[in-house]
Each structure stands twice: as C-alpha cells, then as structure tokens.
Design a protein around this ligand. Structure first.
Ligand SMILES: C[S@@+](CC[C@H](N)C(=O)[O-])C[C@H]1O[C@@H](n2cnc3c(N)ncnc32)[C@H](O)[C@@H]1O
Length: 261
C-alpha cells in the first residue's frame, strides 16, 4: 500500500470499484509510480513537458505493458486522446501547473477531460498560500514561494498558479461532474521541501540576463534558506496551507453505457 496519505485516501474512496484503464492527466514520477502499484488493466500518462517524459519513465523503472502509454501532448489540442475513455482519471497537481504551459486554460481543463472519464475523477491540488500568516516560519515560507514566482517571471518563465478546492468544486459542477467528497490534508513542510524550492529558484536565477540582480537575489535567497532550514528543525516542520483531494463522478453516464442499462 502507498505511504502517501492523499493516494491512500483515493484508494479508500475507490473501494471495491475496478481501476480499469487509468489516465494520469498530468503525469510525473510520483503519481505514475502509484498508478503502477494498482491493479489496472492499463494506463495512459500525459505530459506537455518533454523533459518529464524520460524522467517519469525512469521513475517507474521503464516497465510498460502493451496497454500502457506515455503521451507527450497538450490538453488544449482537441485531437489529444480523441475517442479514448478511462475508468479512472487522476488530475494530480495538473491545474496548478497549467498557467506555466497553457495559461487561461484552467477553467476549461475539467470539461476537456469529461469525454475521457467513464466513472471517477480524482483531483489533487494545493490550497494557494495566503499572503499573511501569524507564524514567523510560515511567513518565511510564503516569502520563498513569492521569490520563486518572481524569479521565474524575471527569467522569462511563467509561474505556477494554485486554485482553492472551492474553485475546483465549482468548476467540476459546471463541467458535468458531481462532487462526491472533498478532503483536506494540512501541510507540514520539511527540509526536503525547502531545499527543492530553493533549487527551483536557483534554476530560474541562472537564466537571468542581469547578473548583478541575480547575485543580489542569490544572497537574499541564501539568507532565507538558512532561516527556513533552522525553522524546519526548531518547529519540527512548518505548518502552512493544505493539499486536497476531490472525488467526483460524471453526472450523466456514458452514452454507450446507458444503452445497455
Ligand atoms: C506539477 S506536474 C504534476 C505532478 C505529477 N503528477 C507528479 O507525480 O510529479 C504537472 C503536470 O501537468 C502537465 N501539464 C501542464 N499543463 C498541461 C497541458 N496543457 N497539457 C498536458 N499536460 C500539462 C505537466 O507537463 C506535468 O506533467
């Protein structure tokens, strides 16, 4: 069984249903490794990011069955997976990444996926960080997130944009789904998270044309990183925001399914 509490929750919500054919609509090593551990009849994993194809395949040890497929594609393309349907669809932190690749498509992605959803859809997301929080450590983490977005923008890349569970629930309801359940998982951020976010900022800083500005930002980042690493040790992790899992199903059965019932 998976040790990830979000995937554990999905397994519980899924109960005795068949997993059948599974679509990982925004793939990565973490989600696909979990899907590979399930008794599926096949999976299709989609990413728009060329670099993720190899890293994700490496993450699962490269073991694909004939019924498994890694697809490099863009959900704004109407031809992507046309006519294919899946028993289970996972939308794992996809919505928060859409602004990076295909901005302004966030409010259309769930309707775009509907023709592919035969039964259940599970949406995982992160509640957007607030601008202010009473905890000093939490405020430092907010500053790091702001710095990451600012440095991405300065280096000519778009920033990630998370959406609240309430917004996703509304989108699901407007897109032909019934929300069955929403569960929040309070976040505790530790050293690994701080280091990975700082690395992401440094990757963006490398792309900055203005090297003086990059140097000043690097110094600022170093000070912030030291404070944050101390805070993760002192407070046994930093509590801020939460992840969520929304379970939803189609309002209307697939036309082919309703003919036989
Ligand atoms: C943050 S990652 C998801 C995390 C991933 N599930 C994991 O386990 O690491 C976002 C994914 O959504 C994909 N994505 C974002 N916008 C997309 C689009 N318009 N079409 C297809 N894939 C997209 C990215 O390429 C990436 O694979």
């Amino acid at each position: 069984m998976t040790s990830d509490p979000l995937f554990q929750h999905i397994e519980q919500m899924h109960g005795t249903r068949d997993w059948g054919r599974v679509l990982d609509a925004g793939t990565g090593s973490h989600s696909l490794r979990w899907i590979c551990s399930l008794p599926t009849t096949g999976w299709t994993a989609v990413t728009i990011d060329t670099t993720r194809v190899q890293s994700t395949l490496k993450g699962i040890g490269g073991s694909l069955r004939e019924t498994d497929a890694m697809v490099l594609g863009d959900w704004t393309d109407p031809a992507l997976l046309q006519g294919e349907r899946f028993d289970t669809v996972l939308v794992d932190y996809l919505i928060g990444a859409i602004d990076v690749f295909t901005p302004y498509f966030q409010n259309r992605i769930l309707a775009r996926l509907l023709p592919h959803v035969r039964d259940r859809i599970y949406v995982i997301g992160l509640e957007p960080f607030p601008s202010q929080t009473p905890s000093i450590a939490g405020q430092l983490l907010i500053k790091l997130a702001q710095m990451k977005s600012a440095c991405r923008l300065l280096s000519g890349q778009r920033a990630f944009r998370e959406f609240p569970a309430k917004w996703v629930e509304r989108q699901l309801e407007q897109s032909g789904y019934k929300v069955e359940d929403t569960k929040h998982f309070p976040n505790v951020f530790r050293e690994r998270y701080v280091r990975s976010q700082c690395s992401a900022v440094r990757r963006a800083l490398k792309l900055l044309d203005d090297r003086n500005l990059a140097q000043a930002l690097e110094e600022n980042l170093q000070a912030l990183e030291t404070q944050l690493l101390d805070a993760t040790k002192t407070n046994n992790g930093i509590r801020l925001s939460s992840d969520y899992v929304i379970t939803a199903s189609r309002v209307e059965a697939f036309p082919e399914d309703s003919k036989t019932t």
